[in-house]
Design a protein around this ligand. Structure first.
Ligand code: GTP
Ligand code: MG
Length: 348
Protein backbone atom coordinates (compact mmCIF):
# COMPACT_ATOMS: atom_id res chain seq x y z
CA UNK A 1 0.00 0.00 0.00
CA UNK A 2 3.02 2.25 -0.10
CA UNK A 3 1.96 5.30 -2.05
CA UNK A 4 -1.82 5.06 -1.56
CA UNK A 5 -3.57 8.33 -2.36
CA UNK A 6 -6.52 10.03 -0.69
CA UNK A 7 -8.66 9.06 -3.65
CA UNK A 8 -7.82 5.38 -3.17
CA UNK A 9 -8.25 5.63 0.58
CA UNK A 10 -11.69 7.17 0.03
CA UNK A 11 -12.66 4.24 -2.17
CA UNK A 12 -11.51 1.72 0.44
CA UNK A 13 -13.03 3.40 3.47
CA UNK A 14 -16.21 4.74 1.93
CA UNK A 15 -15.41 8.14 3.43
CA UNK A 16 -15.55 11.33 1.38
CA UNK A 17 -12.35 12.91 0.12
CA UNK A 18 -13.16 16.05 2.13
CA UNK A 19 -13.48 14.05 5.38
CA UNK A 20 -10.20 12.28 4.78
CA UNK A 21 -8.46 15.57 4.02
CA UNK A 22 -9.82 17.00 7.28
CA UNK A 23 -8.39 14.00 9.11
CA UNK A 24 -5.07 14.40 7.33
CA UNK A 25 -4.82 17.95 8.58
CA UNK A 26 -5.79 16.78 12.06
CA UNK A 27 -3.02 14.21 12.18
CA UNK A 28 -0.50 16.83 11.13
CA UNK A 29 -0.21 16.33 7.38
CA UNK A 30 -0.25 19.18 4.94
CA UNK A 31 -3.39 19.41 2.85
CA UNK A 32 -1.94 18.39 -0.48
CA UNK A 33 -3.61 17.09 -3.60
CA UNK A 34 -5.86 14.05 -3.26
CA UNK A 35 -3.62 12.39 -5.84
CA UNK A 36 -0.43 12.76 -3.78
CA UNK A 37 0.84 9.44 -2.43
CA UNK A 38 0.65 9.05 1.37
CA UNK A 39 3.23 7.25 3.43
CA UNK A 40 2.12 3.95 4.96
CA UNK A 41 2.30 5.48 8.46
CA UNK A 42 -0.07 8.27 7.52
CA UNK A 43 -2.42 5.93 5.65
CA UNK A 44 -2.54 3.65 8.68
CA UNK A 45 -3.24 6.53 11.06
CA UNK A 46 -6.03 7.90 8.88
CA UNK A 47 -7.44 4.38 8.52
CA UNK A 48 -7.48 4.03 12.30
CA UNK A 49 -9.34 7.29 12.72
CA UNK A 50 -12.13 6.13 10.44
CA UNK A 51 -12.19 2.70 12.08
CA UNK A 52 -10.63 0.55 9.35
CA UNK A 53 -7.38 -1.32 9.26
CA UNK A 54 -4.87 -0.38 6.59
CA UNK A 55 -2.72 -3.46 6.23
CA UNK A 56 0.98 -3.19 5.74
CA UNK A 57 2.42 -5.54 3.21
CA UNK A 58 5.58 -7.35 4.15
CA UNK A 59 7.78 -8.35 1.31
CA UNK A 60 10.78 -9.49 3.30
CA UNK A 61 10.10 -12.55 5.40
CA UNK A 62 6.71 -11.62 6.81
CA UNK A 63 5.49 -10.40 10.14
CA UNK A 64 6.53 -11.66 13.52
CA UNK A 65 3.34 -13.10 14.99
CA UNK A 66 3.78 -14.71 18.39
CA UNK A 67 1.51 -16.42 20.91
CA UNK A 68 0.35 -14.07 23.64
CA UNK A 69 -1.18 -14.64 27.09
CA UNK A 70 -4.97 -14.46 27.44
CA UNK A 71 -6.59 -11.36 28.91
CA UNK A 72 -9.28 -12.52 31.35
CA UNK A 73 -11.87 -10.19 32.88
CA UNK A 74 -13.51 -11.15 36.14
CA UNK A 75 -17.11 -9.97 36.40
CA UNK A 76 -20.13 -10.51 38.61
CA UNK A 77 -22.48 -9.10 41.21
CA UNK A 78 -21.17 -6.88 44.04
CA UNK A 79 -19.54 -8.82 46.91
CA UNK A 80 -19.65 -12.17 45.14
CA UNK A 81 -15.90 -12.45 45.66
CA UNK A 82 -14.20 -11.32 42.42
CA UNK A 83 -11.31 -9.49 44.10
CA UNK A 84 -10.95 -12.25 46.71
CA UNK A 85 -10.77 -14.84 43.95
CA UNK A 86 -8.03 -12.89 42.17
CA UNK A 87 -6.24 -12.46 45.50
CA UNK A 88 -6.38 -16.20 46.02
CA UNK A 89 -4.98 -16.80 42.53
CA UNK A 90 -2.14 -14.31 43.11
CA UNK A 91 -1.76 -15.07 46.81
CA UNK A 92 -2.20 -11.41 47.76
CA UNK A 93 -4.83 -9.46 49.69
CA UNK A 94 -6.21 -6.52 47.75
CA UNK A 95 -9.86 -7.06 48.80
CA UNK A 96 -9.11 -6.48 52.49
CA UNK A 97 -7.51 -3.09 51.77
CA UNK A 98 -10.29 -1.66 49.61
CA UNK A 99 -12.39 1.21 50.96
CA UNK A 100 -15.66 -0.27 52.23
CA UNK A 101 -14.63 -3.57 50.69
CA UNK A 102 -15.89 -2.37 47.31
CA UNK A 103 -13.87 -2.27 44.11
CA UNK A 104 -14.19 1.11 42.38
CA UNK A 105 -11.80 0.78 39.48
CA UNK A 106 -10.39 -1.70 37.00
CA UNK A 107 -7.31 -3.48 38.20
CA UNK A 108 -4.86 -5.40 36.03
CA UNK A 109 -2.64 -8.25 37.22
CA UNK A 110 -0.46 -10.88 35.66
CA UNK A 111 -0.65 -14.28 37.31
CA UNK A 112 2.13 -16.71 36.54
CA UNK A 113 1.04 -20.34 36.30
CA UNK A 114 3.07 -23.27 37.56
CA UNK A 115 3.36 -24.44 33.94
CA UNK A 116 5.27 -21.23 33.11
CA UNK A 117 2.45 -19.66 31.13
CA UNK A 118 0.74 -16.55 32.42
CA UNK A 119 -2.71 -14.98 32.43
CA UNK A 120 -3.49 -11.26 32.46
CA UNK A 121 -6.48 -10.60 34.72
CA UNK A 122 -8.70 -7.55 34.86
CA UNK A 123 -10.76 -7.07 38.01
CA UNK A 124 -14.00 -5.11 37.61
CA UNK A 125 -16.34 -3.58 40.18
CA UNK A 126 -19.65 -5.35 40.80
CA UNK A 127 -21.45 -2.32 42.17
CA UNK A 128 -24.43 -1.30 40.03
CA UNK A 129 -22.95 2.18 39.45
CA UNK A 130 -20.03 0.85 37.43
CA UNK A 131 -21.85 -0.60 34.45
CA UNK A 132 -19.78 1.33 31.89
CA UNK A 133 -16.56 -0.05 33.38
CA UNK A 134 -17.92 -3.58 33.08
CA UNK A 135 -18.91 -2.99 29.47
CA UNK A 136 -15.37 -1.80 28.67
CA UNK A 137 -13.89 -4.71 30.59
CA UNK A 138 -15.88 -7.15 28.46
CA UNK A 139 -14.98 -5.37 25.24
CA UNK A 140 -11.21 -5.64 25.66
CA UNK A 141 -10.98 -9.16 26.99
CA UNK A 142 -10.52 -12.65 25.55
CA UNK A 143 -12.46 -14.53 28.23
CA UNK A 144 -14.92 -13.50 30.96
CA UNK A 145 -14.92 -15.28 34.31
CA UNK A 146 -18.43 -14.86 35.68
CA UNK A 147 -18.26 -15.05 39.47
CA UNK A 148 -21.50 -16.08 41.20
CA UNK A 149 -21.72 -16.56 44.97
CA UNK A 150 -23.06 -20.03 45.74
CA UNK A 151 -25.20 -18.75 48.62
CA UNK A 152 -26.59 -15.68 46.86
CA UNK A 153 -27.14 -17.00 43.35
CA UNK A 154 -27.82 -15.07 40.15
CA UNK A 155 -28.33 -11.35 40.85
CA UNK A 156 -28.87 -8.23 38.67
CA UNK A 157 -25.18 -7.58 37.90
CA UNK A 158 -24.65 -11.28 37.17
CA UNK A 159 -27.18 -10.88 34.37
CA UNK A 160 -25.65 -7.58 33.32
CA UNK A 161 -22.19 -9.16 33.07
CA UNK A 162 -23.66 -12.00 30.99
CA UNK A 163 -25.15 -9.55 28.54
CA UNK A 164 -21.88 -7.57 28.25
CA UNK A 165 -20.00 -10.78 27.47
CA UNK A 166 -22.62 -11.75 24.91
CA UNK A 167 -22.54 -8.31 23.29
CA UNK A 168 -18.75 -8.47 23.06
CA UNK A 169 -18.93 -12.05 21.77
CA UNK A 170 -16.53 -13.27 24.47
CA UNK A 171 -16.64 -16.81 25.90
CA UNK A 172 -17.72 -17.14 29.54
CA UNK A 173 -16.38 -19.44 32.23
CA UNK A 174 -18.52 -19.60 35.37
CA UNK A 175 -16.83 -19.64 38.78
CA UNK A 176 -19.33 -20.50 41.50
CA UNK A 177 -17.62 -18.96 44.54
CA UNK A 178 -18.13 -19.22 48.30
CA UNK A 179 -18.74 -22.96 48.03
CA UNK A 180 -17.35 -23.23 51.58
CA UNK A 181 -20.42 -21.51 53.05
CA UNK A 182 -23.04 -23.67 54.79
CA UNK A 183 -25.76 -21.97 52.73
CA UNK A 184 -23.91 -22.67 49.45
CA UNK A 185 -26.07 -24.23 46.78
CA UNK A 186 -24.12 -24.57 43.53
CA UNK A 187 -26.81 -26.72 41.91
CA UNK A 188 -29.36 -23.94 42.34
CA UNK A 189 -26.93 -21.46 40.74
CA UNK A 190 -26.50 -23.74 37.73
CA UNK A 191 -30.24 -24.06 37.26
CA UNK A 192 -30.61 -20.27 37.51
CA UNK A 193 -27.85 -19.69 34.94
CA UNK A 194 -29.30 -22.26 32.57
CA UNK A 195 -32.75 -20.69 32.83
CA UNK A 196 -31.11 -17.36 31.89
CA UNK A 197 -29.93 -18.95 28.68
CA UNK A 198 -26.34 -19.90 29.54
CA UNK A 199 -25.50 -23.19 27.83
CA UNK A 200 -23.67 -25.07 30.59
CA UNK A 201 -21.44 -27.92 29.58
CA UNK A 202 -22.98 -30.45 31.93
CA UNK A 203 -26.32 -29.71 30.28
CA UNK A 204 -24.98 -30.25 26.78
CA UNK A 205 -23.64 -26.73 26.09
CA UNK A 206 -20.07 -25.42 25.99
CA UNK A 207 -19.88 -23.12 29.04
CA UNK A 208 -17.58 -24.56 31.70
CA UNK A 209 -18.51 -24.27 35.36
CA UNK A 210 -15.96 -24.45 38.17
CA UNK A 211 -16.87 -24.59 41.87
CA UNK A 212 -14.42 -22.60 44.00
CA UNK A 213 -13.87 -20.97 47.36
CA UNK A 214 -11.61 -17.91 47.42
CA UNK A 215 -11.41 -18.15 51.21
CA UNK A 216 -10.63 -21.86 51.49
CA UNK A 217 -8.64 -21.71 48.22
CA UNK A 218 -10.38 -24.71 46.74
CA UNK A 219 -11.02 -25.26 43.04
CA UNK A 220 -8.34 -22.77 42.01
CA UNK A 221 -6.24 -25.28 40.05
CA UNK A 222 -9.38 -26.34 38.27
CA UNK A 223 -10.18 -22.73 37.36
CA UNK A 224 -6.65 -22.04 36.07
CA UNK A 225 -6.68 -25.22 34.04
CA UNK A 226 -10.06 -24.37 32.51
CA UNK A 227 -8.83 -20.88 31.62
CA UNK A 228 -5.64 -22.11 30.00
CA UNK A 229 -7.55 -24.73 28.06
CA UNK A 230 -10.00 -22.14 26.77
CA UNK A 231 -7.07 -19.87 25.84
CA UNK A 232 -5.39 -22.72 24.01
CA UNK A 233 -8.52 -23.38 21.96
CA UNK A 234 -8.59 -19.69 21.03
CA UNK A 235 -4.97 -19.83 19.81
CA UNK A 236 -4.24 -16.23 20.81
CA UNK A 237 -1.55 -14.50 18.80
CA UNK A 238 -0.39 -10.96 18.17
CA UNK A 239 1.96 -9.05 15.94
CA UNK A 240 4.94 -7.82 17.90
CA UNK A 241 7.11 -6.13 15.25
CA UNK A 242 5.04 -3.02 14.69
CA UNK A 243 4.11 0.18 16.55
CA UNK A 244 1.80 -0.66 19.41
CA UNK A 245 -1.93 -0.27 19.62
CA UNK A 246 -3.05 -0.39 23.23
CA UNK A 247 -5.99 0.55 25.41
CA UNK A 248 -6.22 2.32 28.72
CA UNK A 249 -7.47 0.26 31.66
CA UNK A 250 -7.30 3.06 34.19
CA UNK A 251 -5.52 6.34 34.77
CA UNK A 252 -4.56 8.34 37.81
CA UNK A 253 -2.68 11.49 38.73
CA UNK A 254 0.47 10.89 40.77
CA UNK A 255 1.98 13.81 42.69
CA UNK A 256 5.53 13.02 41.69
CA UNK A 257 5.11 11.43 38.28
CA UNK A 258 2.10 13.27 36.86
CA UNK A 259 -0.55 11.41 34.84
CA UNK A 260 -0.05 7.65 34.91
CA UNK A 261 -2.07 5.32 32.72
CA UNK A 262 -2.39 1.57 33.04
CA UNK A 263 -2.55 0.20 29.53
CA UNK A 264 -2.62 -3.17 27.84
CA UNK A 265 -1.05 -3.61 24.42
CA UNK A 266 -3.29 -5.23 21.79
CA UNK A 267 -0.75 -5.61 19.04
CA UNK A 268 2.78 -4.44 18.47
CA UNK A 269 5.34 -3.29 21.00
CA UNK A 270 5.21 -0.09 23.01
CA UNK A 271 8.66 1.38 23.48
CA UNK A 272 9.96 3.99 25.90
CA UNK A 273 10.56 7.35 24.22
CA UNK A 274 7.73 6.98 21.68
CA UNK A 275 5.13 9.66 21.09
CA UNK A 276 1.63 8.41 21.80
CA UNK A 277 -1.92 9.64 21.69
CA UNK A 278 -4.25 8.15 24.32
CA UNK A 279 -7.85 9.13 23.71
CA UNK A 280 -7.51 12.88 23.30
CA UNK A 281 -4.35 13.16 25.42
CA UNK A 282 -0.83 12.94 24.08
CA UNK A 283 2.67 12.64 25.44
CA UNK A 284 6.08 11.06 25.07
CA UNK A 285 6.56 7.88 27.06
CA UNK A 286 9.05 8.69 29.78
CA UNK A 287 8.83 5.43 31.67
CA UNK A 288 7.13 2.06 31.40
CA UNK A 289 6.56 0.02 34.56
CA UNK A 290 5.18 -3.46 34.92
CA UNK A 291 2.45 -4.18 37.45
CA UNK A 292 4.92 -4.68 40.29
CA UNK A 293 6.54 -1.32 39.56
CA UNK A 294 9.64 -2.60 37.82
CA UNK A 295 10.96 -0.38 35.00
CA UNK A 296 10.85 -1.85 31.53
CA UNK A 297 11.90 -0.37 28.21
CA UNK A 298 9.05 -1.94 26.26
CA UNK A 299 5.65 -3.59 26.59
CA UNK A 300 4.50 -6.56 24.55
CA UNK A 301 0.94 -7.72 23.73
CA UNK A 302 -1.36 -8.60 26.67
CA UNK A 303 1.13 -7.16 29.14
CA UNK A 304 -0.43 -4.58 31.48
CA UNK A 305 1.95 -1.67 32.08
CA UNK A 306 1.88 1.73 33.64
CA UNK A 307 2.99 4.48 31.30
CA UNK A 308 4.35 7.81 32.40
CA UNK A 309 4.69 10.89 30.22
CA UNK A 310 1.16 11.79 29.11
CA UNK A 311 0.26 15.47 29.45
CA UNK A 312 -3.21 14.75 30.80
CA UNK A 313 -5.41 11.95 32.10
CA UNK A 314 -6.95 9.67 29.48
CA UNK A 315 -10.14 7.74 30.27
CA UNK A 316 -10.53 4.04 30.88
CA UNK A 317 -11.24 2.41 27.54
CA UNK A 318 -9.37 5.02 25.49
CA UNK A 319 -7.18 3.67 22.73
CA UNK A 320 -3.46 4.37 22.61
CA UNK A 321 -1.71 4.83 19.29
CA UNK A 322 1.93 5.47 18.54
CA UNK A 323 2.76 8.37 16.24
CA UNK A 324 6.05 9.41 14.70
CA UNK A 325 6.52 12.93 16.06
CA UNK A 326 5.49 15.40 18.71
CA UNK A 327 3.83 17.52 16.06
CA UNK A 328 1.65 14.63 14.92
CA UNK A 329 0.81 13.73 18.51
CA UNK A 330 -0.32 17.28 19.22
CA UNK A 331 -2.37 17.49 16.04
CA UNK A 332 -4.09 14.14 16.54
CA UNK A 333 -4.89 14.91 20.15
CA UNK A 334 -6.26 18.33 19.18
CA UNK A 335 -8.25 16.77 16.35
CA UNK A 336 -9.78 14.20 18.66
CA UNK A 337 -10.52 16.87 21.20
CA UNK A 338 -12.53 18.73 18.60
CA UNK A 339 -14.64 15.60 18.50
CA UNK A 340 -14.76 15.34 14.75
CA UNK A 341 -12.87 12.08 14.61
CA UNK A 342 -14.35 8.73 15.28
CA UNK A 343 -12.92 6.43 17.93
CA UNK A 344 -11.28 3.19 16.98
CA UNK A 345 -13.42 0.15 17.61
CA UNK A 346 -11.64 -1.54 20.51
CA UNK A 347 -13.27 -4.92 20.17
CA UNK A 348 -10.87 -7.61 19.08
P1 GTP B 1 -16.98 -5.80 44.45
O1 GTP B 1 -15.67 -5.59 43.83
O2 GTP B 1 -17.36 -4.68 45.35
O3 GTP B 1 -18.05 -6.09 43.46
O4 GTP B 1 -16.88 -7.13 45.39
P2 GTP B 1 -16.08 -8.44 45.05
O5 GTP B 1 -16.91 -9.29 44.14
O6 GTP B 1 -14.72 -8.13 44.61
O7 GTP B 1 -16.08 -9.19 46.45
P3 GTP B 1 -14.87 -9.27 47.49
O8 GTP B 1 -13.77 -10.11 46.95
O9 GTP B 1 -14.53 -7.90 47.95
O10 GTP B 1 -15.56 -10.13 48.64
C1 GTP B 1 -16.74 -9.74 49.28
C2 GTP B 1 -16.87 -10.47 50.59
O11 GTP B 1 -17.09 -11.87 50.38
C3 GTP B 1 -15.65 -10.35 51.48
O12 GTP B 1 -16.07 -10.21 52.81
C4 GTP B 1 -14.95 -11.68 51.29
O13 GTP B 1 -14.18 -12.07 52.40
C5 GTP B 1 -16.11 -12.63 51.09
N1 GTP B 1 -15.74 -13.79 50.29
C6 GTP B 1 -15.16 -13.78 49.07
N2 GTP B 1 -14.93 -15.03 48.62
C7 GTP B 1 -15.39 -15.86 49.59
C8 GTP B 1 -15.43 -17.29 49.71
O14 GTP B 1 -15.01 -18.07 48.87
N3 GTP B 1 -16.00 -17.78 50.86
C9 GTP B 1 -16.49 -16.99 51.83
N4 GTP B 1 -17.02 -17.59 52.90
N5 GTP B 1 -16.45 -15.65 51.76
C10 GTP B 1 -15.93 -15.09 50.65
MG1 MG C 1 -13.88 -6.38 44.05
Amino acid sequence: FEGMTVVELAKRTGESIATLQDILVNVGEKAGSEFDPLSIDVAELVGMEVGIKVRRQHFNGGAEILPRPPVVTVMGHVDHGKTSLLDALRQTSVAAKEAGGITQHLGAFVVGMPSGSSITFLDTPGHAAFSAMRARGAAVTDIVVLVVAADDGVMPQTLEAMSHAKAANVPVIVAINKCDKPAANPERVKIQLASEGLQLEEMGGDVQVVEVSAVKKTGLDDLEETLLLQAEIMDLKARVDRPAQAYVVEARLDKGHGPLATAIVNTGTLVCGQYVVAGSEWGRIRAIRDMVGKLADRAKPAMPVEIEGLKGLPMAGDDVVVVESEERARMLSAGRRKGNLRKIDLCR
